[in-house]
Design a binder for this molecule. Structure first.
Ligand code: DAK
Length: 257
């Protein structure tokens, strides 16, 4: 497996994974997915890492799964491909993940961005699920996550026509948190990650789990779940520190305990 298909960088408590297959527009080969998933799991287990940024290059975040590797895959191989296992592993990451998207985020690339907790997008970003043009449908969550955020009608249009959505439309639709200039998308994603990294890490993880539960449970079960997570947050030393710092009118010193 080539390490350089994803470059690992650290900026204090923020870890950055840079997708790096420029010749293939960062297509998500098995090698790339294995390396990305390995990095995310390693960082998720590292108490010093408080936010993860997944980024591509200026012109492309990722152009989707590797079509060249997929073309000759048989039905049986598609049913058993180990690459399907990377997606749930990324989804189960407890550390907040931010997608920093510039240029194309298509197919699996769009799905990778949607799997992250927040998206910072350059004004050049284009999101889309073009799988229908290849005779397939999204396979890594695109139909479900787009329908949840956009509503059924708008998701349907994107999925069954393959139309791309620009950054402004994606922002208006609620997919993208921030739209940036073409030159400062990564810087702004790192700024946002820095804000997350300064928050108390246990409470951040509990909050991530609680918000994710909103998509996966009925309201009453979600409210119960949120209540249990809230009680866990109340058991941390960091919440004593956070509340004391507020009352003492000083900055909190969160220790992750
Ligand atoms: N796969 C493989 N190679 C790709 C690629 C891709 N997705 N996208 C681009 N490339 C390659 C091109 O073949 C070309 O290679 P050479 O000809 O130089 O060998 C090189 O990258 C440059 O591409 P272009 O010449 O096309 O570059 P442009 O800048 O003109 O256009 C583009 C960029 C991103 C608009 C265009 O390349 C494009 O439309 N790419 C395909 C986008 C697409 O259809 N994506 C959806 C792929 S299907 C699943 C999980 C995930 C998935 C499925 C299942 N499970 C868990 C079960 C996901 C499926 C998909 O994403």
């Amino acid at each position: 497996m080539a390490d350089d298909v994803v470059l690992a960088e650290r900026d204090g408590a923020v870890a950055v994974a840079r997708l790096n297959r420029p010749d293939a527009r960062n297509a998500l080969s098995a090698d790339l997915m294995e390396r990305l998933t390995g990095l995310v799991e390693e960082w998720d287990a590292d108490g010093e890492v408080r936010c993860i940024v997944i980024a591509g290059g200026d012109e492309y975040f990722a152009a989707g799964a590797d079509i060249k590797a997929m073309r000759d895959r048989s039905f049986q191989e598609a049913m058993t491909t180990p690459t399907a296992g990377y997606w749930p592993r990324l989804w189960s990451c407890n550390t907040p993940m931010i997608a920093a998207v510039s240029g194309y985020a298509l197919g699996g690339g769009c799905e990778l961005a949607l799997l992250c907790d927040m998206i910072v997008a350059s004004e050049t970003a284009e999101f889309g699920q073009p799988e229908i043009r290849l005779g397939i449908i999204p396979g890594a969550g695109g139909t479900q996550r787009l329908a949840r955020v956009l509503g059924k009608q708008r998701a349907m249009e994107l999925v069954i026509t393959g139309r791309r959505m620009g950054a402004a439309e994606a922002h208006a639709a609620g997919i993208v948190n921030r739209v940036t200039g073409a030159d400062d998308w990564l810087e702004q994603a790192l700024d946002l990650a820095g804000v997350v990294a300064r928050r108390p890490p246990i409470a951040v993880r509990l909050a991530k789990q609680a918000v994710k539960a909103a998509d996966e449970t009925a309201l009453s079960a979600g409210l119960d779940h949120e209540r249990r997570l809230y009680e866990l947050a109340m058991a941390t030393e960091d919440r004593i520190e956070g509340m004391s710092a507020f009352i003492d009118k000083r900055q909190p010193d969160f220790r992750g305990r």
